[in-house]
Design a binder for this molecule. Structure first.
Ligand SMILES: [Cu+2]
Length: 131
């Protein structure tokens, strides 16, 4: 009897872990504690918390929209250094060296449209949409 109780706890703990790990994907729900434990958990869930803005030829390329608080990587494929600087100058500011340099910043947690520019090249503009 003790063995059974312990086994049940293991199953419940595993189910809890899986439901936490899969919070980004809309699950089918209904694990329930039955004779068959959840198995073959899908490992193909996309990471919605990250995004990449690529800079090339003095222009920003994607993403148009990200989720709140997403970790955004800036990848600079130009030879010159560029930045992704919010137009208000304080929400985010990331500088990436030329020649493949990268930088990271965290997207705002408040949904909205955030215009940004390059601090070095005033003709470079982009828009980050958080939703
Ligand atoms: Cu620039």
């Amino acid at each position: 009897m003790r063995k059974n109780a312990k086994a049940l706890m293991v199953v419940v703990t595993a189910a809890a872990l899986i439901s936490v790990a899969g919070c980004g994907a809309s699950g089918t729900g209904g694990y329930g504690v039955s004779s068959s434990p959840p198995s073959a958990a899908s490992s193909s869930a996309p990471q919605s918390g990250t995004a990449t803005i690529t800079i090339k030829d003095f222009g920003y390329q994607g993403p148009v929209s990200v989720s709140p608080g997403a970790k955004i990587t800036v990848k600079n494929e130009d030879a010159q250094a560029h930045t992704v600087t919010s137009d208000d100058g304080k929400t985010f500011d990331a500088a990436a060296d030329g020649g493949g340099g990268t930088a990271q910043f965290t997207a705002p947690t408040t949904p909205g449209s955030y215009a940004y520019h390059c601090a070095y090249h005033s003709n470079m503009h982009g828009m980050l949409v958080v939703k």
